[in-house]
Structure formats: C-alpha cells, structure tokens
Design a protein around this ligand. Structure first.
Ligand SMILES: *Cc1c(COP(=O)(O)O)cnc(C)c1O
Length: 355
C-alpha cells in the first residue's frame, strides 16, 4: 500500500507523563484512508492530526454505521524498542466488526504496516515511565451524504494515537461493581460481538445509574432473561469460584476480548482449571454470599486486569477477597504487562516489535 506523507509543520508541545489523562491528548499525525465502490480502499495518507470535514448528512451521524478498535504501543526506557501486543488480532476482529456492520473488509497486514509507520513518525510521543503507553484508536465511519437507512457506499478509515498515563495511579485497586438488572448492553443476534460505538451509546445509562449509586462499573447480564453474566463495563470478566476460574462463553453478545483470550491461554498454560460457560448470576451471588467466590477481575486493553472488590445486586452487596487484589489477578497483571513492556519472557510470541 502506498502511503502519502504530509508532515505536521506545527508540532504540539508534549504533555508530561504525570499530567496525561486517558484519551485527552493526541499526537501530531493521523492515518486516513478512503473507501469508494469504484476504488475499494485507496488514498492512504499520514497527515497532520486535525478535524475531518464531513457533510451533516453523512450516514455515520444518523444511523451509527461505525466500528472501532483499541490497542496500545509500549516503550520502556531500557532499550527504547516499541512493542505492540498481538496487533494482528485487533485487525482480525475489526474485520469481523466490519462484516456485522456491512462495512467493506480491509487488508489487516497493510493496515498494520501503516500503523507501524504512523507510530514511528510520532514515536517521541510514546511515554516511557512505568505503566504508561500509547493508546491506538483505529475506526471506520460511513460517509455517504444521504439520510437513508442502508449501508453507505463510502467510508473513512482513521487511526489516531493518544499517550496515556498509568491506568491505576495507586497500584491495582479493586473496583465496586453494580449488577444491572433493568437495562441491557447487547442481545444475541444484535451487535454485542462487534466493537461498534452503538453498543456504548446503549450502555451509558446503566453506567450513569451505577455511578449515582457510587459504583464504578456495571456488570451486564444477558439481554434475553437477565439471568447470565456477560461483561463488566467495557471489559470481559473472570471469577475464581471454589478454585476453578470461570468466564462467560462467547455467545454472540459478548465482545471477544484479546486480553480475555490471552488470559485464558495463559491460565491453561500455567495449569489452572478454566471453564468458558454460561454463568448464572444466581450461582455467582450464592458463591459470593457463601465465601466461595475467591477472586473476580475484568480484562481489557486499557486496564489489562481490573480486580473487582464488591458486587451489588439489588441491594445485596458482597465483598470479594476482603476488597484486596487476589493472587491470580496479581499474577496475570504482572505476567501480561511484563510481556507487553518487554520485561518478561514471551512464551507465546505475543509481543510484536515495531521495526
Ligand atoms: C474492547 C472491549 C473489551 C476488551 O477487549 P480487549 O481486546 O481485551 O481490549 C471488552 N468488552 C467490550 C464491550 C469492549 O468493547
């Protein structure tokens, strides 16, 4: 793929690592590529970061034909190398999201190549302090100027980069989770397995409700019966019950997280007993009430591992592991971040060096 490069002649001042807030600072360049029915994906360029110009009737504004991804680039001060974590999996998943949202597929290898070029151009923006990284946000939007309900003919593929600080400022701190029994995030047959903005728009109200009750995230149940555990906030979720680690099976309404997959692979490699299955919320609350729920944690690119210290369903609040991080959560966090920052062995070849 040929990529035109237009350098930013007015680069911004870098933000000190301790002032970085998630998703608020962006680098000097971005990747943009167009799609048309005549030319397919074409006109790839890396150009100065800045506003996109779209017609007010552009389809993305009206019917939400949009998908996105999230991954990170890591750099340690030790050798200056830049690493990605299983990036090919993000572009595979992005193509699966494309299929669900009637967006044309793209060549994942070519886009990964373009991403590496972009990262190298803005490499000075990658923070090196412990726990910091460069968050990468690829997305595709429908751009036909037409208020009509059908798939767009034209699209924009954009990648922007955002330096981010440590997710946990005071170390791994367990979060309080509110079990949502009224609203749902996704239903089987819907778009839960696609990474699309619409899923997030639908989830805002539950998140707002949880925050009003002083809980930081929502535990989502299935859309049909409100009976089975699905995800927590924008993370997949794991529970250690009576020594066995359980995570909801991918049933179509759960986002297939790359951190989830990596945690499963790592736990099996280490010899833990792991189950992917339907997990009834009643079973989980009984385990929590009787002290058999030993640990719980969420998984996702942003936090990697987010320990859960409390679950509340309809006023029944259960504290997990005395609201402290458990040994499996801590081990997973140390091992995965160790691989990501190039500080530990990478037995699976998950680390991808930006060359
Ligand atoms: C992105 C996302 C996740 C986590 O996926 P990772 O690939 O591990 O970052 C989980 N749930 C939802 C709803 C998501 O959008």
């Amino acid at each position: 793929m040929e990529i035109r490069f237009i350098a930013n002649t007015a680069p911004k001042a870098k933000v000190p690592a301790n002032e970085l807030r998630f998703g608020t600072t962006f680098t000097d360049h971005m990747f943009v590529m167009k799609y048309s029915p005549e030319n397919g994906w074409h006109d790839a360029e890396i150009r100065p970061y800045g506003p996109l110009s779209l017609d007010p009737s552009a389809m993305v504004f009206h019917y939400a034909q949009e998908i996105f991804e999230g991954l990170k680039a890591y750099r340690t001060s030790e050798n200056g190398e830049i690493y990605l974590f299983r990036p090919e999996k993000n572009f595979e998943r992005m193509n699966q999201s494309c299929d669900r949202m009637c967006i044309p597929r793209f060549d994942g290898d070519e886009v990964l190549d373009a991403l590496e070029k972009l990262i190298k151009i803005d490499a000075d923006w990658i923070p090196t302090a412990p726990g910091t990284s460069l968050y990468i946000r690829p997305f595709i939007i429908a751009t036909d100027s037409h208020v009509g309900v059908h798939p767009s003919g034209h699209y924009l593929f954009v990648i922007i980069l955002s330096p981010v600080g440590s997710y946990f400022k005071e170390g791994l701190k367990p979060v309080k989770i509110y079990v949502e029994t009224e609203y749902t995030r996704a239903a089987r047959g819907g778009t839960g397995m696609a990474k699309c903005g619409g899923n997030y728009a639908a989830s805002l109200i539950g998140q707002q409700k949880a925050e009003k009750l002083n809980y930081s995230q929502v535990l989502w149940l299935d859309g049909q019966e409100h009976k089975y555990v699905e995800e927590v906030g924008a993370m997949n979720v794991f529970f250690k019950i009576d020594g066995t680690i359980v995570t909801p099976a991918l049933d179509g309404s759960i986002l297939p997280g790359i951190t989830r997959r990596s945690v499963l692979e790592f736990l099996r490699y280490k010899g833990y007993k792991v189950e992917e299955r339907a997990l009834p919320i009643d079973e989980l609350m009984q385990a929590a009430n009787s002290g058999r729920l030993e640990e719980a944690w969420g998984t996702g690119t942003a936090a990697v591992i987010s320990p859960i210290g409390e679950l509340n369903r309809d006023g029944n609040a259960c504290v997990i592991n005395n609201n402290a991080i458990g040994p499996v959560s801590q081990m997973l966090y140390d091992e995965l971040t160790g691989i990501q920052w190039g500080l530990k062995d990478d037995p699976f070849g998950w680390r991808h060096t930006v060359k």
